[in-house]
Design a protein around this ligand. Structure first.
Ligand code: FEO
Length: 393
C-alpha cells in the first residue's frame, strides 16, 4: 500500500473495514481515519484516530520515526473519530505539544484529563515552522464542528482538510487515482449529504478562504486523498454547498395496505412522461443515508404516508427526522397519502415540508382507504407538475 503523499508526508492512519454506522449514517464501504506524519527537521502528526485504533496509528508512525521525536500533534477537530486516540498518542509521544485552536483546546479539556499536556494554541492563519516544512492553520468553523480547522503544508501545497472532502470508503488505495473515481465521488457525495449538508454557508466561507491556496493535494480525514482530481472535488463542493438541483424527482413513500404505494406509483408514472430522473423510493427498502443523498441534488421531493395512529408510519417519521436535521435547501415538493378516519398523516408530512422549507407545488393529495380513478389521475398530474418544475434546472 502506497502511504507516501510527498517527500515530507506519510499517511499513518487506520482503515476501518468493518464500521457500518456513523451516528445514523450507514457506511456500506467502511471508512478510514486518516492521520498524517509531516517530517521536516521536526516531526508533526496531523490528527489521530478512533480510540480503539490508537495503537495501530502509533505503530505506523513509529515505523517512520521514533515516537519521542514527534514534536507536535496537530488536532484539527475534537470529534472522537479523529481525537479519540489523542490521550494514548500524547502518552506515547512524550515530547509532543498538542497544536490546536482555542475552541478545540476547550473541547479536548472536556473530553480528556489534559492536566499534563502541553498545548500550543494557534490563531487563524498562524504558521508553524518544522524546519523545511511550514504548517499553516486555518479555522473552518462548522466544517464540521465549531472548532474545526484545516492545516496546510505550504512547501508541498497539501491541504489537510479534516472532514471536508472526506468519504467513508475503506480501500487499499490511499489516493483518488488508485480507486474507481466514480466510487470515490459517489462516496464523497454521500458523505457531504449526510455530514456536511447543514453547513453549506460555512463550507462556502471555508472555500473562499482556502480555495485561493495552491492545492496539489487535498488530504481529508476520511477516505482517499485527492491528487488527480482536486479541481473536480472542489467543483463538486461548490455545487453541493448550495444543494444545487438537477432534473430529478424523488418520490418517497411508506405504505400500509398499498393505497399510498399505488398513489406513489401513479405520481412516478406522471413524472416519467418527461425526460427527468425519477426515484421512486419505498422507505422500507432504502436506508436513510441513501434518501439523504438523493435529496441533496433533487429538484423535487414528494413524501407520502398513510395515517397511522394519528401520525405517519414510523419508518417515514424516522427518515424525515433525519433528513430535516440535514437541512436540504431550495427544493420543491408535496405531501400525499391515504387515511381511514382522519387525514392526520398528511398534516404531519406537510409540517415536515414546512420545517424543511420545501415549497409545496400543490395541495396535499389524500384519499380515504383506496385511491379511485380520479385520485390516481390527480397523482399522475402531480407527477407531471414535479417533473415540469425539475425541468427548470
Ligand atoms: Fe470525521 Fe466530524 O468527524
Amino acid at each position: 500500500m502506497n502511504t507516501q503523499l510527498s517527500q515530507h508526508v506519510r499517511w499513518v492512519g487506520y482503515i476501518d473495514w468493518s464500521v457500518r454506522d456513523f451516528h445514523g449514517y450507514r457506511t456500506e464501504r467502511g471508512s478510514t481515519y486518516n492521520a498524517y506524519l509531516v517530517s521536516g527537521r521536526q516531526h508533526a502528526l496531523i490528527d489521530t484516530v478512533k480510540a480503539p485504533y490508537a495503537a495501530d496509528l502509533l505503530a505506523h508512525a513509529g515505523a517512520c520515526v521514533p515516537l519521542e521525536q514527534i514534536e507536535y500533534i496537530v488536532c484539527n477537530h475534537a470529534e472522537p473519530d479523529h481525537a479519540g486516540g489523542l490521550a494514548q498518542v500524547v502518552a506515547a509521544c512524550q515530547q509532543a505539544t498538542v497544536v490546536c485552536n482555542t475552541k478545540c483546546a476547550e473541547a479536548l479539556r472536556l473530553y480528556f484529563d489534559t492536566a499534563g499536556w502541553k498545548f500550543r494554541i494557534v490563531a487563524d492563519g498562524e504558521k508553524l515552522d518544522l524546519g523545511g516544512c511550514t504548517l499553516q492553520f486555518f479555522d473552518t468553523p462548522m466544517v464540521h464542528w465549531p472548532e474545526s480547522m484545516a492545516t496546510y503544508l505550504v512547501e508541498e501545497q497539501i491541504l489537510f482538510s479534516m472532514d471536508a472532502f472526506g468519504q467513508h470508503y475503506a480501500t487499499a488505495g490511499r489516493f483518488d487515482d488508485e480507486v474507481l473515481l466514480d466510487v470515490a465521488l459517489a462516496e464523497a457525495k454521500t458523505y457531504y449529504a449526510n455530514i456536511v449538508m447543514p453547513y453549506g454557508r460555512p463550507v462556502a466561507t471555508a472555500l473562499a478562504k482556502l480555495g485561493s491556496l495552491p492545492l496539489r493535494m487535498i488530504a481529508p480525514s476520511h477516505g482517499v486523498i485527492w491528487r488527480a482530481n482536486v479541481e473536480k472535488i472542489l467543483a463538486c463542493y461548490r455545487e453541493w454547498m448550495v444543494c444545487k438541483s438537477v432534473r430529478k424527482v424523488v418520490i418517497a413513500y411508506a405504505s400500509m395496505w398499498n393505497s399510498t404505494r399505488v398513489m406513489a406509483q401513479a405520481m412516478a408514472d406522471g413524472a416519467l412522461e418527461s425526460d427527468v430522473e425519477v426515484r421512486l423510493i419505498d422507505i422500507d427498502t432504502v436506508h436513510d443515508t441513501d434518501l439523504v443523498s438523493e435529496a441533496l441534488d433533487c429538484a423535487c421531493l414528494a413524501i407520502g404516508s398513510p395515517t397511522l395512529n394519528q401520525g405517519i408510519m414510523p419508518r417515514m417519521a424516522a427518515a424525515l427526522t433525519y433528513l430535516r436535521g440535514l437541512r436540504p435547501t431550495g427544493k420543491y415538493g408535496l405531501a400525499f397519502g391515504s387515511y381511514g378516519w382522519a387525514p392526520r398523516g398528511v398534516d404531519e408530512l406537510t409540517q415536515y415540508l414546512q420545517t424543511m422549507q420545501i415549497a409545496p407545488l400543490c395541495e396535499p393529495i389524500i384519499c380515504r382507504f383506496r385511491p379511485d380513478a380520479a385520485t390516481l389521475e390527480k397523482c399522475r398530474a402531480a407527477g407531471r407538475l414535479l417533473a415540469k418544475k425539475s425541468l427548470d434546472y
